[in-house]
Design a protein around this ligand. Structure first.
Ligand SMILES: O=C(CO)[C@H](O)[C@H](O)COP(=O)(O)O
Ligand SMILES: [Fe+2]
Length: 223
């Protein structure tokens, strides 16, 4: 299976959101990545339900909703109602993570958990079997356009090993500083879903950049 590419609409032009949504629709991208920030869990505020609703109106691909908010359990049903297909909550924001994962599933969505750069993948050992995806944050959450933290590579390798024991179909998504120059090493480490904001929307041709990321073939690369 080819890697999943999820452009982050955080880097889209909000004055031209319909245009950028259509660009993703007609590109080789797989999902829309939707970053919700509350100004409490992270030091930034992005957007909430009205923007999700607006994207959903035109999006022809699944919405991958990344909740960087405290008490996410309060809002999961509404995010599902407004069109989320995959919901990611942060490990660091959930005291009762198992319960939150069940709430996501009961709402009819795929369940995913994100780990901040300082959070060890070993902490997910007892819940991995219940998850559809783990999101490895490769920057500190809160802003687009930051530099990839190299230690994230080891976390992907470690997580893939752990998943092979209990949940071999687990998707591993990487978010933050992903670009055409590091995506190959991330695939080799064991990740299979990639969020990119700046790398796509900052490119001279976003659709060509999406196609390049989608079609990297790690087997044909000479070492
Ligand atoms: O969750 C996020 C930030 O917290 C974004 O998804 C992420 O930063 C994408 O932007 P970029 O590819 O420009 O780093
Ligand atoms: Fe994100």
């Amino acid at each position: 299976m080819k890697q999943i590419i999820a452009p982050s609409i955080l880097s889209a032009d909000f004055a031209n959101l319909q245009r950028d949504t259509e660009m993703i629709n007609t590109s080789e991208a797989d999902w829309f990545h939707v970053d919700v920030m509350d100004g409490v869990f992270v030091p930034n505020i992005s957007f909430g339900f009205p923007v999700l609703k607006a994207v959903k109106k035109y999006a022809k691909k699944p919405l991958d909703v990344h909740l960087m908010i405290v008490n996410p359990e309060k809002y999961i049903q509404e995010f599902a109602k407004e069109g989320a297909d995959i919901i990611t909550v942060h490990y660091e924001a959930c005291t009762h993570l198992h319960r939150v994962v069940q709430i996501i599933k009961d709402a009819g969505c795929k369940a995913s958990v994100a780990l901040n750069p300082h959070t060890s993948v070993s902490l997910l050992k007892d819940i991995l079997v219940d998850l559809d995806m783990v999101l490895i944050m490769s920057v500190n959450p809160g802003f687009g356009g930051q530099q990839f933290i190299p230690q994230s590579l080891n976390k992907i390798v470690e997580l893939r090993k752990l998943a092979n024991e209990t949940n071999p179909n687990l998707l591993i998504e990487v978010d933050g500083g992903v670009s055409i120059s590091n995506i190959e090493s991330l695939i080799k480490a064991g990740a299979n879903a990639f969020v990119a904001g700046n790398a796509i929307f900052g490119a001279s041709s976003p659709t060509e950049m999406i196609a390049s990321m989608k079609n990297i073939d790690i087997n044909s690369t000479q070492i």
